[in-house]
Design a protein around this ligand. Structure first.
Ligand code: ATP
Length: 816
């Protein structure tokens, strides 16, 4: 099959990774792969002014005779130079002038993760390398007739389209019209009887590339996480100037019909107020409500004010709310020195974050499968992401649902608009309200208010402080007393315990590390003394944020309930560890931050490798006995090999790896080899260390390749936590507080003297298939390998195979 891929509509980070994944997966499945430049416009223009396809300059770059000639032809078809000078015209020997539909090979898309240029030491360039456009011609039947002709001319009948809802609607229209277009082309004598027969069915698949995250039936669109990164980076930078001058900033962010970016930016940056299209301010006039809230914040000493406005924001009567107007209101009514910052296209640019490399890779692979399995009687599919899994949904159903949100907003049915968004969106909005506004009155009556102790345990992880801030804000809003325990159980025994305030935690969203200080000391160091401290400080609930030790501590405390009444309180563990080794949860806080730190480091390492192109970098990651960060990191940076503690390392493995690297470097075009990355999780083997592997590669690589080692160490804990970690921290924290309140209420129904907490009141908040599940610590033990400090089952194990697939390791001509 001949598969073509195009990017359309507004560009978004991750589109290049889609092209890379579709091309690689297509080749691996034995297809011929093509790209279409400039979206549908390129399809309409085709190669009309250019030479026919089979010119000598488009032949495979090197003639290699091997067992799998067709695969190798595809592998070696390109020379790795396609479109790399950024003008869209340079092809390293192949001319693109007037040519929009181009055959590509494996090496043409190597390194396209980081929008590619870093591999060649050029400035990182955003957007889509194959170009995108908004094509008026494709909206007409005449244009689509030309597009159909151009595809058939090249023998292509499978198309992967990456774009927003407009692009996907265009794809569906094209497919529905295809038989009719073919008949017309045949009647005009433009295609032969044979072509008519052969191309009767157009296979189409859609991938959602859109920074707004505005598509229904998928949790996350390609490009949205990176745009959120850009926004949060900007707000993080604004914080310092706002604070210095005691200013207010009104930021306008993208989102005509969808407030996801504004809302998530508001939650992750700790903004004071947000305006989104799906839920206009509930008060009338809203200006009073906003000013009251901000005035309260200022009165207790807050020096900065951040308001975020989605570009499509409006009031309940659909009157647009513009950033400039919000600025005037703040300046006139509150006398605040207020500035407007419109982020505009900055939000689209820059290197893709880790998720925008992993997500398009997984979806691109699925897209090719969907194309191969497409039949005339099945609908076209959109590849989405639901519940942490890649999904296929009928394309038009998703587009129709997306449009119904817009329709609901237009009809002022905001409740319906909100209900059509996914549950995470709704929870984020609740989370924003609970953590952003200082209430005038506490929400709970005195009898229901409790003293909640908060503690960090284990190594610092991105999001620990954000989770604490959310818990503190929630506590104060309800009327509870939030108590910080510094330095874990050691700190508790040393009376390192104090109350936290609403303003005191204000800047904690963006802070990495642990503001409370962490410690690995388990409570069994002196369980009796720990119980006495619980009693002394009147602790009525415990929230522990941390890794495996945190879970272990709760197991010990729960066991201790047999002897100490002070432990008969609700106890919750929020997993926060870059190792992601807490059993039964798919994701811990800190993993996203860590993955981004890894991606940043590997991009820089690759750039360094460009100076001496044939160099293998063996990069060592943290992770303890859990290979999560190594495996997912390998997927995110396009590593060639990944070593994990789960799989271990032996001599046969190393021998095969060296053979593979030799074979792969042997296939590179002379002088155009690039650096390759190998990732080794720190505890993969005590014998085959990073240094040993590097030396082995160096020795065996001979003239083909050189090797260097690099240990990322504690840099993987990251600096500023990623927006997704911060947002998840707020969500987990508020769920945990609700759990604590619920469990406390159950306990209060019992007589004080014989109060007995049920085992499930000591629990871990987990993500299982993207839904939040509470697992009693007792039950967790059965799923944990307490010696190796990791879960017995992992959902990400298969991803190691995927890393190998994406470097063609599983092909018969290359050693496996
Ligand atoms: P973004 O979310 O960035 O706006 P989008 O894919 O929604 O991306 P649009 O401009 O709506 O962007 O659509 C991109 C292209 O898709 C259009 O320029 C047009 O060529 C094609 N297209 C959109 N709607 C249709 C349609 N109903 N019929 C045919 N083609 C369409």
């Amino acid at each position: 099959m001949k598969i073509a891929v195009l990017t359309s509509g507004g560009d978004s980070a991750g589109m290049n990774a889609v092209v890379r994944a579709v091309v690689k997966a297509g080749i691996l499945k034995g297809c011929e792969t093509w790209i279409v430049r400039e979206g549908y416009e390129g399809l309409v223009r085709g190669n009309a002014d250019a030479e026919p396809t089979e010119t000598p300059s488009l032949k495979p770059a090197v003639d290699v005779k091997v067992r799998e000639p067709s695969f190798i032809q595809n592998l070696r078809f390109g020379d790795g130079e396609l479109l790399r000078d950024g003008t869209g015209d340079h092809t390293g020997g192949r001319t693109l002038k007037g040519r929009y539909i181009i055959r590509v090979g494996w090496d043409d898309v190597r390194g396209w993760f980081a929008e590619c240029e870093c591999a060649l030491s050029r400035p990182v360039q955003g957007g889509t390398l194959i170009g995108t456009a908004r094509s008026a011609a494709f909206r007409t039947q005449e244009g689509r007739l030309k597009a159909a002709y151009n595809l058939i001319k090249e023998g292509i009948d499978a198309l992967a389209v990456c774009g927003g809802d407009g692009s996907l609607t265009g794809a569906d229209v094209f497919r529905a019209e295809w038989p009719q277009l073919l008949q017309t082309l045949h009647a005009n004598g433009q295609i032969t009887d044979e072509q008519l027969q052969k191309h009767g069915h157009l296979r189409i698949v859609g991938l959602v590339g859109s920074i707004d995250n505005d598509m229904s039936m998928t949790d996350l669109t390609i490009g949205a996480p990176t745009a959120l990164h850009r926004i949060c980076e900007a707000i993080d930078n604004i914080h310092s100037t706002a604070n210095s001058h005691s200013r207010a900033f009104v930021l306008e962010v993208m989102g005509r019909h969808c407030g996801w970016l504004a809302l998530l930016a508001g939650v992750s940056s700790g903004a004071d107020f947000v305006f989104i299209p799906e839920r206009p301010p509930q008060a009338d006039p809203w200006e009073d409500m906003m000013c009251d809230a901000i005035k309260r914040h200022r009165e207790i000493g807050k020096r900065k004010t951040i308001v975020i406005v989605a570009e499509g924001a409006h009031d309940s009567q659909l009157k647009p709310i513009q950033a400039s107007y919000v600025k005037d209101v703040l300046a006139d009514r509150l006398g605040l020195d207020t500035r407007v910052t419109t982020l505009g296209h900055i939000q689209r640019g820059g290197r893709p974050c880790a998720w925008d490399r992993i997500l398009p890779t997984l979806q691109g692979l699925e897209a090719v499968d969907a194309l191969l399995e497409a039949t005339p009687d099945k609908p076209s599919y959109m590849i989405g992401m639901r519940e942490n899994r890649v999904t296929r949904v009928p394309l038009m159903e998703a587009v129709a649902m997306t449009q119904s949100v817009t329709a609901a907003i237009k009809a002022k049915d905001f409740e319906k608009a909100m209900s059509l968004r996914d549950p995470e969106f709704q929870e984020s909005l609740k989370g924003f309200f609970a953590t952003s506004t200082l209430e005038t009155e506490m929400l709970l009556p005195p009898a229901k208010r409790i003293r909640v102790a908060i503690m960090h345990m284990g190594a610092p992880a991105g999001g620990m402080n954000a989770a604490t801030r959310a818990a503190v804000r929630y506590c104060l809003r309800q009327g509870h007393t939030p108590l910080a325990i510094s330095n874990g159980f050691r700190g508790l025994l040393d009376d390192n315990i104090y109350e936290l305030s609403w303003l005191g935690v204000d800047n904690w969203m963006v802070r990495g590390g642990s503001e409370l200080g962490t410690n690995r000391q388990l409570p069994d160091v002196d369980l009796g003394a720990v119980a006495a401290k619980f009693q002394e400080y009147g602790i009525q609930a415990l929230l522990v944020i941390g890794g495996f030790e945190a879970f272990n501590s709760l197991v010990i405390l729960e066991e201790g309930r047999k002897y100490y009444p002070a432990f008969h309180i609700p106890m919750v563990h929020i997993p926060a560890t870059i190792s992601n080794n807490v059993p039964m949860t798919e994701l811990s806080l800190g993993t996203d931050t860590s993955m981004n730190a890894l991606v940043d480091a590997c991009d820089a390492i690759k750039q360094s490798a460009s100076a001496s192109r044939n160099r293998v970098f063996v990069v060592e990651t943290q992770g303890g006995m859990c290979g999560y960060i190594a495996v997912m990191g390998a997927l995110a940076v396009g590593a060639s090999i990944v070593y994990t503690p789960e799989a271990g390392i032996d001599l046969n493995m190393l021998r095969a790896d060296v053979k593979f690297l030799k074979a792969r470097y042997g296939l590179d075009v002379k002088g155009k080899s690039e650096g390759r990355i190998v990732i080794r999780s720190e505890k993969s083997s005590s014998i085959y260390t990073t240094d040993v592997i590097t030396q082995v590669y160096k020795e065996e690589g001979g003239a083909l390749f050189d090797a260097r080692g690099a240990s990322l160490g504690h840099t993987l804990q990251g600096g500023v936590p990623s927006p997704l970690d911060r947002a998840a921290a707020v969500r987990f924290s508020l769920k945990s507080m609700a759990f604590i309140e619920q469990q406390h209420e159950i306990l209060m129904k019992q007589p004080a003297k014989t109060r007995t907490a049920a085992p499930d009141s000591a629990a871990v908040i987990t993500i299982q298939s993207s839904s939040i599940q509470w697992v009693p610590v007792k039950e967790m033990v059965a799923h944990a390998d307490m010696k190796l400090r990791r879960g017995k089952h992992t959902w990400w194990q298969d991803m190691k195979g995927l890393v190998e697939t994406l470097v063609a390791r599983t092909q018969p001509h290359l050693p496996s």
